[in-house]
Design a binder for this molecule. Structure first.
Ligand code: FES
Length: 205
């Protein structure tokens, strides 16, 4: 119990310390934008608990970071190569939980792309080890898929937020509830595909 408390405090401190640094890395490598509260708030739902995100300017391979419930949330638009990598034979060989069996996402994101639609990935940017903010590695010539690397202890995640087994992060990155309102607007905080999903029930943020 005491160890849990200590771990929780360490995670909180690390999260605060690395949120800024993590965002800086993300922005430098991908889409230089912290869109924390720029999205319009929903009016028909709980206004305090949803954020609408405009992704019309998000190009394939780019990511933007928004804020939901004081967590950084990564919103990425995937390239065709990234999608192909997720389906490549053997691609899930070194992952801790390739089939997303642990409750780290709503049911409508329990699939090979861990998202509501394959082209758009949405992940809470908190490392499941001790709570640092992972950096986004945008797709490149040497890494066609891209992914995430945690600056604290080297945990790394694929482009679907799945943790590799050779590093300390025990779980995949959490997926928040997401609904696509249109091709270019998504709502974080509401899951039409899994309306009973509660982010508080997941294994770990
Ligand atoms: S906090 Fe330790 S690897 Fe991310």
């Amino acid at each position: 119990m005491i160890d849990d408390d200590i771990d929780t405090k360490r995670r909180d401190v690390l999260t605060k310390l690395t949120f800024g640094a993590g965002c800086a890395g993300v922005c430098a490598l991908a889409y230089p934008f912290l869109d924390s509260l720029n999205g319009t708030r929903a009016s028909a739902f709980d206004e305090s608990d949803v954020v609408d995100v405009d992704i019309s300017m998000l190009r394939p391979g780019q990511q933007k970071v928004v804020q939901w419930r004081n967590w950084p949330v990564f919103v990425q638009r995937r390239t065709p190569e990234a999608l192909a990598s997720l389906q490549a034979p053997g691609a899930d060989r070194d992952l801790r939980d390739p089939a997303s069996r642990v409750l780290q996402q709503p049911r409508d994101a329990t699939n090979w792309h861990r998202s509501v639609v394959p082209e758009i990935g949405v992940y809470i940017g908190i490392c499941t080890h001790l709570g640092c903010v992972p950096n986004y590695n945008a797709p490149s010539a040497t890494d066609l898929a891209g992914g995430y690397v945690c600056p604290c202890h080297g945990s790394h995640f694929d482009i679907a937020g799945r943790a590799f087994s050779d590093a300390p992060a025990p779980y995949n990155l959490p997926v928040p509830p997401v609904t696509m309102l249109s091709a270019n607007t998504l709502r974080i905080g509401l899951s039409k595909g899994d309306p009973t999903f509660d982010i508080n029930d997941i294994q770990q943020i």
